[in-house]
Design a binder for this molecule. Structure first.
Ligand code: NAI
Length: 332
């Protein structure tokens, strides 16, 4: 019997990506039924709701969401819907695999990192207080509960997937209490995983090490803001944001999305690379234990990337989004 999932089409390149992934999922005969919703800035302009009640209700029923990117206004405006969804449904583990593809030429060939980003607290709680005209305080929340569960998940993932090392990324030299506690919890938990190497690095040094020698890293675990920044940096090591998928996992709900945003600069121009979003759909299929279907799609995408005849412009190709999708479907 088909599993029902919710799909949010998002803003900018979101609808193009949703369309691409749905075509590929259907071509691969994924055993899924889709409840599809427009959400985000566009929906708010059209109908006055960023996320319609029916879309929330669908996710609360299906508990699995494939979400295309959503635009968030810079400076003022509404709070990020991504941050809202992660908080509302306690999607605490943001897991972002970053892996070199032999088909995409970059200075590095052996990047294989999985980032575990704490997804519910840190500076992203959005507690900003105007003290006076020239002073604003932003509060960073760090709790033992949220730190423990993301760090433990990183070690469990390492064990399950035969990984050898977990690195904690922090700024505990300056933020001695908040990051200090995160690091202390990391060291406590690491003691229970003697089979896995554990080390830690200050975030500034981490950035330099990543662009000099990324293959030294395996699993990386960090707080919310650091995870946001480090994942975009890592995407640059393997050929860009078009290649990094993610899952946002909680105890009851799961949401799958590309790491990148709504890319308004290329929206509607048929230039979007759907790979990251299609791989996010594969992560969703794996979460649903549809391994065979996920594997089939992954192989088809790998073949298209390896042949190099239908690459999108971000990968130095000339194919449109639709041509790329056709090529993947032909491989399927
Ligand atoms: P972005 O990730 O949308 O784009 C950064 C650069 O990467 C742009 O040059 C864009 O064209 C390119 N790019 C991104 N995805 C691509 C793809 N699939 N194929 C080819 N090129 C791609 O970041 P930006 O421009 O800073 O943010 C735009 C909007 O997206 C903002 O409103 C931001 O808040 C939102 N955003 C949403 C996210 C989400 O829904 N999870 C995550 C990150 C940003």
């Amino acid at each position: 019997m088909n599993k029902i999932i919710t799909v949010f089409r998002g803003d900018g390149i979101g609808p193009e990506l949703a369309e691409s992934a749905l075509r590929i999922l259907k071509a691969a005969h994924a055993p899924l039924t889709y409840e599809i919703f427009d959400v985000g800035e566009g929906e708010w302009r059209r109908n006055g709701a960023l996320i319609p009640d029916a879309a929330f209700a669908s996710f609360e029923k299906t508990r699995v969401l494939l979400k295309a990117p959503i635009t968030t206004p810079v400076g003022g405006g509404f709070r990020s819907l991504n941050v809202t969804l992660r908080g509302k449904y306690d999607l605490y583990a943001n897991i972002r695999p970053v892996k070199s593809s032999t088909a995409v030429k970059t200075p590095f060939h052996d990047v294989d990192i999985v980032i575990f980003r704490e997804n519910t607290e840190g500076l992203y709680v959005g507690k900003e207080e105007q003290i006076d005209e020239n002073t604003v305080h932003a509060v960073k929340i760090v709790t033992r509960k949220a730190s423990e569960r993301i760090i433990r998940d990183a070690f469990e993932y390492a064990r399950l997937h035969g990984r050898t090392k977990v690195t904690c990324v922090h700024k505990a030299n300056i933020l001695k209490r908040s990051d200090g506690m995160f690091l202390e919890i990391f060291r406590e938990i690491a003691r229970g995983y003697a089979d896995i190497q554990a080390d830690d690095k200050i975030i500034d040094n981490t950035c330099m090490q990543l662009v000099m020698n990324p293959s030294q890293f395996d699993i990386m675990v960090m707080q919310n803001l650091y995870g946001d920044l480090i994942s975009d940096l890592c995407s640059g090591l393997i050929g860009g944001l078009g290649l990094v998928p993610s899952s946002n996992i909680g105890k009851e709900y799961a949401m799958f999305e590309a790491v990148h945003g709504s890319a308004p600069d290329i929206a509607g121009k048929h230039l979007a690379n759907p790979t990251a979003f299609v791989w996010s759909a594969c992560m969703m299929l794996e979460y649903l234990k549809e391994f065979e279907c996920a594997g089939k799609i992954r192989q088809a995408v790998d073949r298209v990337l390896a042949k190099g005849e239908h690459l999108t412009r971000d990968l130095r190709g000339a194919a449109s989004t639709e041509e790329y999708v056709e090529a993947v479907i032909a491989e399927l």
